[in-house]
Design a protein around this ligand. Structure first.
Ligand SMILES: [Zn+2]
Length: 172
């Protein structure tokens, strides 16, 4: 009689441990779910996240070619794209005006590594070197112009490249 009563009672501690385990599991899930919120305090870091952990360099002038604030002085070599927009460069490139020089440099700078890859002239907000993009800066070239230029370059390369075909080499 006694043992009959005793047996079902031994089951309840087991149920209790299952219940405790279930509660622990819920608590653990909640902790995991809410954990990232504790870690992500600085909102400012999100802008730098795209370009890694570079420090933003501030206080420089906007480069007319790449649109990043990376010029110590107007006409100087850009710390970001490496181009300088000045009269000397313009004359060296045999161009009639500064605008044409900027366009020529932009065609080179914004050329994607693969033909037809969409170009975002205003991204990333911070260059990999740490220069911030001037939000009010606008490019002088269109995406389609860059693509056309790249296509033209590739065609030119293909026309000049084949070293095997002696025809094109002899013509020159
Ligand atoms: Zn630049």
């Amino acid at each position: 009689m006694h043992s009959g009563f005793f047996l079902p009672q031994t089951c309840s501690p087991m149920k209790r441990t299952i219940l405790v385990l279930a509660i622990l599991l819920v608590v653990a899930t909640l902790v995991i779910l809410f954990w990232p919120q504790k870690g992500s305090e600085p909102v400012n870091k999100q802008t730098t996240a795209e370009s890694g952990t570079v420090e933003i360099i501030k206080g420089l002038k906007t480069c007319p070619v790449c649109g990043y604030d990376a010029l110590t002085e107007k006409g100087e070599v850009c710390g970001n794209c490496g181009y300088a927009i000045n009269k000397q460069e313009m004359e060296e490139e045999l161009l009639g005006d500064i605008n044409s020089l900027i366009i020529a440099r932009q065609l080179e700078f914004f050329m994607p590594d693969t033909l037809g890859k969409p170009i975002d002239f205003l991204k990333p907000e911070v260059s990999p070197k740490g220069y911030p993009k001037n939000e009010s800066w606008r490019p002088k070239v269109y995406e389609s112009q860059v693509f056309e230029y790249q296509k033209m370059l590739l065609e030119l390369e293909n026309a000049l490249a084949p070293a095997d075909s002696s025809e094109s080499a002899e013509n020159h």
